[in-house]
Design a protein around this ligand. Structure first.
Ligand SMILES: [Zn+2]
Ligand SMILES: [Zn+2]
Ligand SMILES: [Zn+2]
Length: 296
């Protein structure tokens, strides 16, 4: 259920970051705009409101992507889909870098709030709202959307931004794997709470979102367990990952790209003992980056 590149097309590219829209976005857009139409005298404002909602979401995702790049991570894609936006970010595996990549998203909503209020105030001063109740409603809706996005994203329910911020903060005292375990347990509890709330409210949207969060949290909780096992493995202190500076584990955890057999490139100078193929790059089990074997 993770939103993917598939079924989406590129809307535009800015600063090397591709913004994609998933086809299902259009279906939900038609529904959501029709839901907003009764709020206005002229239906075009309902369309404007929905489009601006996604403009705010896109700016939020750009906050994540640009902050991730700033700290040396990679981020090249944003996908808009009906439940919101997803920025595909891979920050360096350090708590500070992860914290900034995540916090920059909600920070965009914080910065946008006085901008929207200021623009509304300027429009009121200029008399643009005087005989245009639709415009006034539209501005109120915009403030409401920005605040709701901020509050919702800051819920400490992994993988929402709030849950990921909590995880990055716990990373300092607890380490990479333990912090993820704690945050994802809270995510599963929070996700289950949202499912209960969705049933209480009889809200299909909340239900879909809650189940999605629950599945993501559960997946990350499992990944945290793997990470814990990885952390406990004996290491080779004579080598260090050029990216995260962590020593590789001792054991056959790499797969030969030619014969698909497991082997330990650090025991064989990156030559497969089964088929004698030489490995060009060795991937780091801790940070996932693949670097030339000599650079370790
Ligand atoms: Zn976010
Ligand atoms: Zn590494
Ligand atoms: Zn081989």
């Amino acid at each position: 259920m993770m939103p993917t590149h598939q079924g989406s097309f590129r809307l535009f590219r800015f600063n090397g970051i591709d913004v994609h829209v998933h086809w299902s976005w259009f279906l939900v857009a038609v529904y959501s705009v029709s839901q907003r139409v009764p709020n206005y005298e002229a239906p075009v404002w309902a369309l404007g409101e929905y489009l601006l909602l996604f403009a705010v979401v896109t700016l939020h995702e750009f906050g994540h992507a640009l902050a991730c790049r700033q700290v040396g991570g990679s981020a090249d894609r944003i996908v808009l889909w009906p439940l919101g936006g997803v920025a595909y970010v891979a920050p360096p595996q350090r708590p500070g870098a992860t914290l900034w990549s995540i916090a920059a998203g909600p920070l965009v909503n914080v910065v946008l709030l006085p901008v929207i209020i200021g623009a509304g105030w300027a429009c009121r001063r200029a008399g643009l709202l005087d005989d245009n109740p639709d415009f006034a409603r539209f501005l109120r809706a915009l403030v409401w959307m920005d605040v709701s996005l901020l509050v919702f994203n800051l819920l400490p329910v992994y993988p929402l931004d709030g849950g990921q911020i909590l995880r990055s903060l716990l990373w300092y005292p607890l380490g990479r794997a333990r912090s993820l375990q704690v945050a994802t347990v809270l995510g599963v509890i929070g996700g289950a709470g949202l499912v209960a709330l969705a049933i209480w409210w009889a809200s299909v949207w909340t239900g879909i979102l809650a189940v999605f969060l629950l599945m993501q949290s559960w997946g990350s909780f499992r990944a945290a367990g793997e990470l814990r096992r990885l952390e406990k493995l004996p290491r080779r202190p004579e080598f260090k990952c050029p990216e995260c500076h962590v020593s590789p584990p001792r054991g056959e955890f790499w797969m030969c790209p030619s014969c698909r057999q497991p082997f330990d490139p650090f025991a064989t100078s990156a030559v497969c003992p089964h088929c004698r193929a030489a490995l060009d790059v060795t991937a780091c089990p801790d940070c996932q980056t693949a670097r030339p074997h000599r650079s370790w």
